[in-house]
Design a protein around this ligand. Sequence first.
Ligand code: ADP
Length: 479
Amino acid sequence: MAYKKINVLFASFEATPFIKTGGLGDVAGSLPAALQYPACEVRVILPKLRQIPQQYHDQMQFLTSFGVPLGWRVQHCGVFTLKLGKIRYYFLDNEYYFYRDSAYGYGDDCERVAYFSKAVLECLQHIDFHPDIIHANDWHTALIPVFLREQYRGMELYDRIKTVYTIHNLKFQGVCWRFYLGDILGLAGCKNAEDQLNWDRDAINFMQGALYYSDYITTVSPTYAREICGSTFGEGLDGVLAQHQDRLEGILNGIDTEKFDPQKAAFPFSAADMSGKRACKAALQQELGLPVRDDSPLAVLISRLTDQKGLDLLAGCLGSLLYNNVQIAILGTGDPHYEGMLSNAANANENMAIRLAFDEPLSQRMYAGADMLLMPSLFEPCGLNQMIAMAYGTLPVVRETGGLRDSVIPYNQFTGEGTGFSFRGTSAWELENCVLTAARVFWDNREHWERLQKQAMAQDFSWKNSAKAYRAIYRKILA
Ligand code: ADP
């Protein structure tokens, strides 16, 4: 069946290969290309952050500039463009907001993202692309649906645009001082906005605004979509989400299967011939200063070091795992408390290594060389690590929450079915038990272990199915 062509503007604060601090960067870097279809043209709009590698800054072409009204001020915006692969990217430039030492973490982050959201909408008057859909992502672009309805309604260029809003992590919502409503957002006196952004007496909440104002809400796994409608995972927005459940859908993320391909590892391998994986493991153990032993299962954790990622569970069983000859390697940065605790443990144990860094090439060597990937997250909207790990035959050990539950099939000791190992609770002994169960399969039941690896590698985590589901939503809200 032939569909009418849909133009989609995909707005995000980060996207690979330009900038990535977590899963949002991966998704915005690979979903748009999968959405691209004869009947669907997707373009991506990003802030021109200083962290974007110089080679891309050099390739960008200047298009135009204009002023962005933001409360009582008008801020400059330059538009640059670049085509990479199938996708045309727009970069919005303002050195005051975007030329800083890191992408996030500033006292005026709410003003920076408000500026970006407003600039995305203003930009439409100056470029030759007219979207039917604006697809906004996470709290950084949550104000797009709000501004669109409250400040651009009635203008022909904007009137027919529909919005899809994707929650990648409900934890970060953009809560700021109520004074911003007038001073930055220019929405003082707008009764709807006052009500729908209202968080508590002195605060407003950008993400809550997006939930009310967008035409459709998605999140990144079916289980997380259910979980966030309840108070345990709802982060205070469960009431609003439950109220809008009829236009809330969970679509499991995919991964970039061309990038995460075991055939491209330093020692290439495939499900049919895993000898390269053994070589990758030995090279990784050597690189990390671990004993080079094929008979020690090597478990890695590649993550932001925050409480969300279940590091307290790991802390509670680290000693026992190491004592039982499980090697542990950690790559990540984050909360100084976890960095210190894990570094001390690594210094005291020859079976443990840690690298406090954000290092993509090393992460790929770890996915390729490890036997297991630890992901005991307390909550996990989707999680990409476990899917990347499975692509390399590295078996995930996960807590059954969010996308982890939707993407890892737990090991069945009787039939040998499964793609990883999982547990339910939030106590350290459950993680310990789960890792040691995996280790016992690794040592004592090679047939099952190899079968699990093959089954994990055979999973289809490409973006194909998710992209189809997003296109169906676009068509539904435009109908
Ligand atoms: P989140 O978005 O919550 O941080 P996800 O699992 O959705 O977690 O995505 C994390 C992405 O970031 C994965 O691609 C993972 O490999 C990558 N990543 C996390 N920490 C590091 C690190 N220290 N170095 C390199 N890549 C990392």
